[in-house]
Write a new protein. Sequence first.
Length: 407
Amino acid sequence: QNLADKVSGYFVPVVVIISLITFAIWAIWGPEPAYVYALVNAIAVLIIACPCALGLATPMSVMVGVGKGAQNGVLIKNAEALEKMNKVNTLIVDKTGTITEGKPTVETVGVFSDDYNDKKVLQYIVSLNTNSEHPLAEATVKYGKEFNAEILKSTNFSAVTGKGVEAEIDSKKIALGNPKMMEYANAEITSKMKEEAKTFQKQGKTVSYLAIDKKVVGYVVIGDKIKATSAKAIKELQNKGIDVVMLTGDNHDTAQAVASELNLADFKASMLPEDKLKKVEKLQKNGKIVAMAGDGINDAPALAKSDVGIAMGTGTDVAIESAMITLVKGDLHGIVKAHHLSSAVMKSIKQNLFFALVYNTLGVPIAAGVLFPFFGILLSPMIAALAMSFSSVSVIANALRLRRINI
Ligand SMILES: [Mg+2]
C-alpha cells in the first residue's frame, strides 16, 4: 500500500499535466474543429490514465492472501505481517507451548528433607498451585488429583513472573518455582540438590523446587513433549536461510536437551520476559528482521516488539493480542506457510501494479495523440474506458490466482 501511495503521488499530477498539455496542443495545432479534438483527447487521456486498478492492486492480493492463510490455520491480523514475513532472517521461538506441546505432565515428586515425605511435598505443591493458571501448575494439580492429595487452605498467594509462586499454608511460607524463585524466597539449593535435579533436566524435563520457610524441601519433575511438527518446521525454516534461536525461561539443561533434539545450535535459557524483549531489540539493532513465535504472557513484550509477532492459537490471549499472526493449531509449520504466503502475496501485488500501470503507460501517449500525425490513430474515450476496465479485471483475476497456490 505504501508503494501504491507513493506511485499515485507522482502519477496523478503527471497525468493532469499531460491532459492539459494535450488540450493546449490540439487546440493550437489540431485540425478543425480544434476545440472538439482538444476536449475529447484531453478527456481520453484522463480516462485511460485513471489509476483505479492501482487502488485495487494491494488490497485485492492482501484480502485473498489473508483468506488463504485463514484456510490454512494462519490468521493474519495485520497485513504488514504479509509484507515483512518473507524478509525475515531471524526467528526467535519460545520453548514451552511453542516448540513443545505445552501440556506438561508430572513425572515424579522428590524429597530433600527428612521432615517431609513425598506425599506431604505433593500436597503443598498442589495446594499452592490450585491458585495458579500456569500450565506447569495445572499439571501438578491434575497429578495431585490422581493421588487424592488433600488441598490445604492457602493465603497471600502471589505469582512472580518468570520465577514461580508463593503463598502461606499452615502459617508457613511456601514457595515453588525455579532457582530464581528459590533465591527470591531466600532458600538455598545445595549442590547435592542441583545434582539430583540435573539428571532430570538432561532429559529435557523441568524441575521446580519447593521451599518451606526458606528451606528447599523437595521438587517436582515435569515433562513436556516436543510437538510432532516442530522439528520438520524448524528444519525447513533453516533451509530457507532463517536463523532459528530458542529462548526459554527454563534452565540450561532442559533447554539443551530440547535444542539438541531439534538441531538448534542457538538457544538461551533462564530468560525472563524482559530478556526476550532485549534479545529482539538487540537483533533488530544489528539489522536483523526478526520474527518471534510464542504462546505465553512472558512472550508478549517480545511479540509486540518483533517485526512479525507470531502467537500460538493454543496460547494465552495476551500473546495473541500482541502478535500480528496467530497459528490456530499452534503448529510451527504455520510459520513456514506464512513465509510462503508472504512471498506469494508480495509477488502478486507487484504483478498487480504492473497490470494496473501497463494499460495507462501504453494508453496515455496514444490518447494524447502521438500516433495521429503518422498513422492518424486516436484513442476514443470509449475504448479508453474499456481498457481501464480490463486493467481492473486483470488485477482482480491475478489476485484471485492466489487462492489456488499451495502454501
Ligand atoms: Mg511458552
